[in-house]
Write a protein that binds this ligand. Structure first.
Ligand code: HEM
Length: 125
């Protein structure tokens, strides 16, 4: 079956929901969300829909600060380079399992570059 591209808000929501379902079960990533940040998922997920819709489709209304929750998180439990690698691996795997096309390629590149910036801010490498 041909996979579709991430061309609308509905596709963004499917990707985000699927990704964070995996994150919650992930040995390395899950504890950051569940045990350190005690994330309110019903607030976090819509924020992530808005974030990716804005980045990928140029629409929507994301007005947050990407760095600050990660700086706060890092102060409680180190966010190491290998944690970012695990995040990217899982993100790319989730994208590839459900989507293909130019936007699917773009979102993986954007995620990697944002992860690189966050990692550099926190770890200087
Ligand atoms: C190991 C890697 C990462 C961990 C453990 C992590 C964890 C978190 C946590 C715990 C929050 C706060 C959620 C809340 O309290 O509601 C958050 C927020 C967020 N994260 Fe991450 N994150 C990681 C990497 C990334 C990457 C690579 C991106 C982007 C490509 C990203 C994008 C965001 C955004 C947009 C927010 C919401 C910021 C806002 O409040 O507006 N995160 N993350």
């Amino acid at each position: 079956m041909t996979k579709r591209d991430i061309s609308d808000r509905q596709a963004v929501e499917l990707l985000v929901n699927t990704f964070y379902e995996q994150v919650q079960k992930h040995d390395v990533l899950g504890p950051f969300f569940n045990e350190v940040a005690h994330v309110n998922w019903s607030a976090h997920l819509p924020k992530m829909y808005d974030f990716w819709e804005f980045i990928l489709l140029g629409t929507g209304s994301y007005k947050g600060n990407v760095s600050s929750p990660h700086v706060a998180l890092h102060a409680k439990k180190n966010l190491q380079p290998s944690d970012f690698d695990a995040w990217i691996f899982l993100f790319n795997q989730t994208v590839d399992a459900h989507f293909e096309g130019p936007k699917a390629e773009e979102i993986k590149q954007r995620a990697s570059s944002i992860a690189g910036v966050l990692n550099y801010k926190l770890n200087g490498v």
